[in-house]
Design a protein around this ligand. Structure first.
Ligand SMILES: Cc1cc2nc3c(=O)[nH]c(=O)nc-3n(C[C@H](O)[C@H](O)[C@H](O)COP(=O)(O)OP(=O)(O)OC[C@H]3O[C@@H](n4cnc5c(N)ncnc54)[C@H](O)[C@@H]3O)c2cc1C
Length: 393
């Protein structure tokens, strides 16, 4: 394909690849400076990627979770922080698409998001609750047509760069901790007072600082459905699948770098097999395992969307939890293999084979909702739920 044809190809894949080129160019600087990947996010907006999931009736493209996962993976191969910003935004959009169509306000917001390419952030994590997102301490106050919320949100990725934040809370002052709602607050309807700096090992460009959030908005901006339903029916699956797609992208790029290293070594060795070749075969085997894990999870979610009982079942939750657990652990093994293959050239920064950023970014995967917490949830369900032993999908 000619360069001109590449530049005008409007397929989702081509648009994602153009954004990935921008993201790759700035990835190291974003990481070193721990700054928001503004060039990549501007490119996402220019390619109109932020609204792809919105149904076409509301001005979007109705992209499927699998299509969005592919974009996450393409971006993840270039800059994990940019890819994670995109994934987290799409996870929030999935709540609108799946649970916002019965509310006039949320439908209008979807139209505006698609038209103006608005970026949406998330505030579920809370001081005193940590990653236990199905519980809240803060409570929303409904006062006539107005709602007010104060939340000690210890992690809000790209909070200061977002056009809106979706915030979880208890549904009223006397509600139990698990009786939650989620509310969309638009920029201008809240203040963010920084409480925690995001100076981290990896995923530095997500700028996931902590803030004291204070918001006031029309009460219609509270999602009409309980957060328990939103979490179980869309957020659990989209989080684990789209995060995994980003992580797959990081691991895939590590394998590509390792392959380039082995091929360069083979050229120098006049055709003799270089030392890293067998490890590369092992890494490619693991990468395929990771891909199969994500693809099977995407199929389980697509099937479950057509069957509300399945979507709310323990079997579905266990399947999604398992996708996350396996992806977040396997990437570390793959990147480590790639590092051993590339040796000091992988360990050093600034070489074509550098893998330090990949490894540091990948270490966030096990903590992004702690794997121990997820294992704890799954183990409780397995006291009553038969494990899936079928190969029929
Ligand atoms: C890159 C990145 C971006 C993020 N962006 C956002 C964001 O935009 N918005 C947001 O709200 N959050 C965000 N988070 C937060 C994230 O999703 C988790 O909620 C958070 O990382 C959990 O923090 P924690 O480890 O302190 O808390 P906890 O989950 O409370 O865990 C604390 C410790 O206790 C252990 N533990 C806790 N519960 C159990 C259990 N049941 N069984 C066994 N051990 C347990 C864990 O292993 C861990 O060591 C982000 C995280 C990352 C890494």
């Amino acid at each position: 394909m000619s360069l001109a044809a590449v530049a005008t190809d409007m397929s989702l894949g081509a648009r994602a690849h153009r954004v990935a080129m921008v993201a790759a160019e700035f990835a190291d600087r974003v990481d070193q400076e721990g700054r928001f990947p503004r060039e990549a996010v501007e490119a996402m907006k220019a390619e109109r990627l932020l609204g792809i999931q919105i149904p076409s009736a509301f001005g979007g493209e109705g992209a499927t979770t699998q299509e969005i996962a592919e974009v996450c993976s393409i971006l993840g191969q270039a800059c994990a922080a940019s890819a994670m910003v995109f994934a987290m935004h799409q996870i929030k959009v999935s709540s609108l698409v799946e649970h916002g169509t019965e509310s006039a306000w949320h439908k209008d917001f979807m139209r505006e998001l698609a038209a103006r390419q608005l970026l949406v952030a998330s505030a579920t994590t809370e001081a005193g609750i940590g990653g236990n997102m199905r519980n809240s301490i803060c409570a929303i106050e409904i006062d006539g047509d107005i709602c007010r919320l104060t939340k000690d949100a210890t992690v809000i990725s790209y909070g200061t760069h977002a056009d809106a934040i979706m915030v979880t809370s208890r549904s009223h002052e006397k509600a139990a901790s698990g009786d939650q709602v989620m509310t969309v607050f638009r920029k201008g309807q809240y203040t963010l007072q920084k409480t925690v700096d995001w100076d981290t090992l990896g995923m530095r460009g997500t700028c996931s600082d902590g803030f004291l959030f204070k918001g006031e908005a029309p009460a219609v901006q509270v999602f009409p459905k309980p957060f328990a339903e939103i979490a179980a029916q869309s957020m659990l699956a989209t989080s684990h699948l789209l995060w995994s797609a980003v992580w797959y992208g990081i691991a895939a790029d590590a394998v590509l770098r390792a392959q380039a290293f082995v091929r360069a070594a083979a050229r120098k060795a006049n055709g003799a097999q270089p030392p890293g070749a067998v490890r590369l075969a092992e890494a490619s085997n693991l990468l395929q395992l990771l891909k199969a894990n994500i693809l099977s999870g995407l199929k389980v979610y697509a099937d479950a969307k057509a069957d509300p009982d399945q979507l709310s079942s323990m079997a579905f939750s266990i399947a999604m939890n398992n996708v996350k657990l396996a992806s977040s652990e396997t990437i570390l093994t793959i990147i480590n293999q790639a590092m051993i293959i590339c040796g000091i050239m992988g360990y050093k920064n600034g070489t074509p084979y550098s893998l330090g950023r990949h490894l540091r970014d990948a270490h966030s995967a096990q903590l992004m909702i702690s794997n121990d917490r997820i294992l704890g949830n799954t183990s409780t369900m397995l006291l009553v739920q038969k494990p899936d032993t079928s190969l029929l999908g």
